[in-house]
Structures are given as C-alpha cells and as structure tokens.
Design a protein around this ligand. Sequence first.
Ligand SMILES: [Zn+2]
Length: 213
Amino acid sequence: MAVGTRLAFLAAALSVAAALAKGLFDRRQRKDVLGDILARIDVLRSSPDASQDDLDYEFLSLAAYEAGQGVESGEGGPFGAVIVRNGDQGKEIVARAHNMVIATQDPTSHAEIIAIQKACKTLNKIELSDCEIYSSCEPCPMSFAAMFLARLPRLVYGAQAEAAHDLGYDKDHIADAIRGTSKFQKTTCVVKRILHPEVAGVFWKHRNQVQVY
Ligand SMILES: [Zn+2]
C-alpha cells in the first residue's frame, strides 16, 4: 500500500475515533444536564420556600432538555413536553417526551401528544385534571386540542410558535388558519360539511350503549 494511501486510511480512522469520542462526550454531558435539572427539581420540591415560578422554570428546563433530545437522537424536531401531577407528596413528574415524528414516520407524534399518552398509561386513566403540562414551545392546535381532551387544567410553555415558524416548522401556519387571524393564513385545505343523515344516526342508534368519559 502506498504511503499516501496509508496516511489517508490513518486520517480517516482518526476522524472516526474523534467523532465517536465526541459522541460519547456529548452523551455524558447531556446526562449531566438531565441529572442537574432533576436534582434542582428535587431540591425545590423539598424546600418550603420554593415558589411556583421556581418549579415552573425547572419543569420547563426539563421540557427544553427533551426538546434537545428530539434533535440529538434524530427522532424528531426540537420540541419537548413534561407532565407533572399534583400529588399528595407535591408535584411529581409522570411523563416526559420529545417529538418523534421522524422516528415513527407519524406526523402526529408531537411531544405533548406522546406525553399525554404516557401519563394516561402511567396513571391508568383517561383524564389528567390533577396534572399540568410543560411544553418547550407554544403547542400547535392538534396538541392543544389533546390537552383540552385530556382535561389538563394548566399549560406552561417557553418559546412562541413564531420561533418554530422561523425554523421552518408549521410552514403552512395552521395555527393562524384555525385562529382565522389570516396574517399567515396559507393553508390550502378545503373544509366541507355534509348534512348526512347516517352520521347523526350513528349517535342516535348507539345513545344507550356509549360510555361517556
Ligand atoms: Zn403539536
């Protein structure tokens, strides 16, 4: 093998090793960041002087950490969510999640949706009225609707939706389309309602069988 080729191989091997070492370092750093946030939350939870604002800030830090995980793992966009339950022992974390749209190839795999699903599963119920949700970014209409359906009484979020728009997310501005504010209204979705008797008939036919939740 020519000397030049050997050197090229050596350089390539070194660059792979450096990338692996950097990956390990980044992972360890992120683990430290998570540990620090959880430790700060523990301190606040056991401190009688801790204010709601202090706790809100740290739970949002955790949502921001999850947002970073979404990108670093390549699983989705930079969005994270945390659900906290107001239990007998104070506020406890019941779910945390990041956007998984890329990993699942599912455009509805938003952090808030996954966090709600996890929290309901963990608590074994279909409403979260004793919980609160922290979202790294202002939720999209789908996620906000899921919060409403889950009866979450409180939302704390960090970045405004416009920050996500600037990155290229929600480029069709569905929030504005739904709000009807029209400044960014660019959706091309045509909405039509049909007065179909069988649709109402389904409700009427099963009115005594349904389990309202
Ligand atoms: Zn969403």
